[in-house]
Ligand binder design. Structure first.
Ligand code: PS7
Ligand code: MN
Ligand code: MN
Ligand code: MN
Ligand code: MN
Ligand code: MN
Length: 357
């Protein structure tokens, strides 16, 4: 199952790996450990979606340009030599040299290419639908259904594409393709965690992904979340968001039970382990209201070790963090009981997978 072999890589492919290492915080390492069959397709899949997200995130591109860029990205990714030089985002170099990604995409197996293109069509259009809301900055998403639809576009679809790649390469259990709700939960869990954590950063960029249906249970005005006088209410709002994200845990564990190959297991399990640890970190943490928080290097290292073994060790991670959330749970939180029940359910589910004699 050998992995990267730079001696056989073209210059453009080496450049793609350089971009992967530049742009991805957590995915670069795990992607590069992937089974040879999927290493290049998933790296390119990542870069295509990272390119799309760089356009989505760039608040300096007027909507009149952004929307068509997002909707046409699946065509753009086929245009030889295409480059984009008008982004101000951190990852703009990827778009400035996007032609290397296009060159390499044309070399992969058509089955894989078709999956990547199909997901790009759907994600670009979904992002465009939500970009329209950006103009009414303070309106963001309203209902939990809206919020989940956005998470579907930017992460559920990634899960769908990855699952189709796993099944097409025979590295994933074909039964997974018949369980779209498990796949969707994998993406929802990661994206919701990213949104909960990025509260402050997204707001500074003029975006609001917490649904009004949730935040309005705690504060009258969105801005109140950042008012130091409303800190308790803001923490209760974050709890409410964490409670909602935790509903995906069981389906995520169930999905991971369908992995057949170690490198694919590691690739899907590491981000999930990081996500539950991040949820525990943001839970009742006032720093989230002020700046970006991140799990420590030490915790990340331990998680990497535990999430690259087997389902049992991943379950232990989930159980540990569910217990820590229980411990931090505050009786004055209106969701105290719901959170307590939710964490107990996660533990019970793990108990049914691995009963203790
Ligand atoms: C495994 C069934 C193709 C590997 C992995 C680039 C991260 C960037 O970072 O707030 O705060 O700026 O703008 C399900 C990854 C979902 C997606 C979504 C797991 C592609 C990824 C483009 C499914 C990753 C969830 C935007 C959209 O949020 O982010 C299985 C590979 C997975 C990319 C992520 C990110 C969305 C995102 P940031 P944003
Ligand atoms: Mn982004
Ligand atoms: Mn984005
Ligand atoms: Mn961002
Ligand atoms: Mn984010
Ligand atoms: Mn971010």
């Amino acid at each position: 199952v050998h992995r990267r072999d730079p001696s056989t890589e073209s210059e453009t492919l080496k450049e793609c790996f350089r971009f992967l290492n530049l742009t991805s915080r957590s995915f670069a390492a795990v992607i590069q450990e992937l089974n040879h069959e999927l290493l290049v397709p998933i790296s390119l899949f990542y870069l295509v979606l990272r390119g799309l997200d760089t356009i989505e995130d760039d608040m300096t591109i007027p909507l009149s340009k952004k929307v068509p860029l997002l909707r046409n990205f699946h065509n753009t990714m086929e245009v030889d030599g295409w480059q984009y030089h008008e982004s101000q985002e951190k990852d703009r170099e990827l778009l400035e040299k996007f032609d290397v990604v296009i060159t390499e995409l044309k070399k992969i197996k058509p089955t894989y290419y078709t999956i990547i293109k199909d997901i790009t069509i759907k994600m670009g259009n979904g992002m465009a639908d939500y970009a329209q809301n950006d103009e009414m900055i303070k309106n963001g998403v309203d209902t939990i259904d809206d919020y989940e639809l956005y998470c579907h576009y930017v992460a559920g679809l990634v899960g769908e594409g990855l699952t189709r790649l796993f099944v097409a390469s025979e590295l994933g259990n074909p039964k997974l393709a018949e369980r779209p709700s498990l796949t969707e939960s994998m993406g929802q869990f990661l994206q919701k965690t990213n949104i909960i954590r990025d509260l402050r950063e997204d707001w500074s960029d003029g975006r609001r992904w917490y649904p009004k249906e949730i935040w309005s249970r705690h504060v009258d005005k969105w801005e109140d979340l950042f008012d130091p006088n409303c800190e308790d209410k803001a923490l209760n709002c974050i709890s409410d968001m964490v409670l909602d994200a935790l509903k995906h845990c069981e389906e995520c564990l169930f999905y991971m039970a369908g992995m057949r190959e170690q490198s694919v297991f590691n690739f899907v399990a590491i981000p999930q382990g990081m996500a539950i640890a991040t949820l525990e970190l943001v839970f009742r943490n006032p720093d989230v209201l002020k700046r970006n928080v991140k799990i420590t290097k030490g915790d990340a290292c331990q998680l990497m070790t535990e999430c690259t073994q087997n389902l049992y060790t991943v379950c232990e991670v989930f159980r540990r963090y569910a217990r820590r959330i229980q411990k931090k749970n505050d009786p004055r939180d209106p969701n105290y009981l719901n959170i307590s029940v939710r964490c107990a359910k996660i533990e019970q589910f793990i108990e049914t997978l691995y009963p203790r004699q």
